[in-house]
Design a protein around this ligand. Structure first.
Ligand SMILES: O=C(O)CCC(=O)C(=O)O
Ligand SMILES: [Fe+2]
Length: 325
C-alpha cells in the first residue's frame, strides 16, 4: 500500500525544511452554507425558480451543490471503486505505464514547478481526456470511466445552457464549442499528509474551463473564497458540487464568478474526488455575450498557453486579469 503513494515527502523535503509562512489551512476557514439546488424541480412548476436559483448561486457564490442530478448512486459507487483501484497501483507503475488506452502523461503528482510550499499540492491525479471510443469499451474500468464522463458531460451541458439562458442567450454556443476532445475528467487522490499544517492538498486556484462538476467523498477539505474569507464545504453524500470556471466568467462579462478554491491536506485520511471540466475546442473564441466587454476576446488555446507560461515563469497562474480589455 505505502509504495502506491508518490514520494512527496522525500521529493519536497528541502521545501519542507524551510519554515513556512502560509496561513495555516485549518485555522482560517468558516463553515459555509453553500446554496443547494434540487434539479428535479426542473420537471415541476418550480422550474423557473430553479433556473433563477442556479444563476443567482453562480453569480453570488460561483459554487453550488446539486441534488437529484440524475447520476445514480450505483454509478457513483462504481467510479469510486475504479478510482481507488487505479491509485492503488504501485507508484512506479503509475509513472511509467499508460492507464488503459488513455494518452501518455496523464498521471501527475505534487507540483513539478513548485519553488516554495504555497505552490505545492500534496496530491496525485490522472487527467483523462474524453475521446469516447467509437465502439463501446470492452474493458470494464474504461467502460465505467466513459459512462461516468458521459453523465457528467450531459449535466455540465444542461447547466451551461440554463446559465446562458438566464442571461437571455438562446444560441447553441456551448453545445457547438465544447466537444469531447478538450473536456476531461480529473481523478484526484489526496494521500494522508503528516505535514498537513504546512501544505495544501491542492493549492488555491480557479478552474480554466466553463464549469466544473465535482464528485467528492465524505472526508472534506474543499474550501472556497467568499467575501474575502475562506469557507469550507461540508460534504453532502447526495450532492455534486458545481463551480464556475474562468471562461464562463469571461463569457458572462463577470456576472458569473470563477472563484478561488483549494483543498486542505488531511493528517490521517486519504481523500478522493473526480472533477469533470467543460472546455471548448482550442480554437473557440471566448467572447463576452454583452457589450462593452470587461475582457478581450481570446481563444481557449491562447488562454491555456498564457496560463502555462505564467506557471513556468512565476510559479502561479494569473488567469483572467491577463485578458482585461
Ligand atoms: O478535490 C476537490 O475537492 C477539488 C478539486 C479541484 O478543485 C480541481 O481538480 O480543480
Ligand atoms: Fe478546481
Amino acid at each position: 500500500m505505502t509504495d502506491s503513494n508518490p514520494p512527496l515527502f522525500s521529493k519536497y523535503k528541502a521545501l519542507l525544511d524551510i519554515r513556512p509562512s502560509i496561513d495555516y489551512p485549518t485555522a482560517v476557514a468558516d463553515e459555509c452554507n453553500l446554496p443547494l439546488i434540487d434539479l428535479s424541480s426542473l420537471r415541476t412548476d418550480k422550474a423557473r425558480a430553479c433556473k433563477r436559483a442556479i444563476a443567482v448561486a453562480a453569480s453570488e457564490w460561483g459554487f453550488f451543490q446539486l441534488v437529484n442530478h440524475g447520476i445514480s448512486r450505483e454509478l457513483q459507487d462504481r467510479i469510486r471503486a475504479v478510482q481507488v483501484d487505479i491509485f492503488q497501483h504501485p507508484f512506479a507503475w503509475k509513472t511509467t505505464e499508460r492507464l488503459l488506452d488513455f494518452s501518455n502523461g496523464s498521471y501527475r503528482w505534487g507540483t513539478p514547478t513548485a519553488t516554495s510550499l504555497p505552490q505545492l499540492s500534496w496530491s496525485e491525479a490522472y487527467h483523462l481526456p474524453l475521446t469516447p471510443s467509437a465502439v463501446e469499451a470492452k474493458d470494464s474500468t474504461r467502460h465505467t470511466i466513459e459512462e461516468f464522463a458521459v453523465a457528467m458531460s450531459r449535466l455540465a451541458h444542461q447547466l451551461a445552457q440554463i446559465l446562458a439562458e438566464e442571461l437571455g442567450y438562446e444560441g447553441g454556443y456551448f453545445k457547438e464549442s465544447c466537444n469531447c476532445d478538450t473536456c476531461y475528467l480529473r481523478l484526484n487522490h489526496y494521500p494522508p499528509c503528516a505535514v498537513s499544517g504546512q501544505v495544501f492538498g491542492l493549492t488555491q486556484h480557479t478552474d480554466s474551463d466553463f464549469l466544473t462538476v465535482l464528485f467528492q467523498d465524505q472526508v472534506g477539505g474543499l474550501q472556497l473564497m467568499k467575501g474575502g474569507r475562506w469557507n469550507s464545504v461540508k460534504p453532502n453524500l447526495d450532492a455534486l458540487i458545481i463551480n464556475i470556471g474562468d471562461l464562463f466568467q469571461a463569457w458572462s462579462n463577470g456576472v458569473y464568478k470563477s472563484v478561488e478554491h483549494r483543498v486542505v491536506a488531511n493528517p490521517k485520511l486519504e481523500r478522493f474526488s473526480v472533477a469533470y471540466f467543460l472546455c471548448p475546442s482550442y480554437d473557440t473564441m471566448v467572447q463576452s455575450y454583452a457589450n462593452p466587454s470587461i475582457y478581450k476576446t481570446f481563444t481557449f488555446g491562447e488562454y491555456r498557453q498564457k496560463v502555462m507560461e505564467d506557471v513556468k515563469l512565476i510559479g502561479t497562474k494569473v488567469g483572467l486579469p491577463r485578458f482585461l480589455a
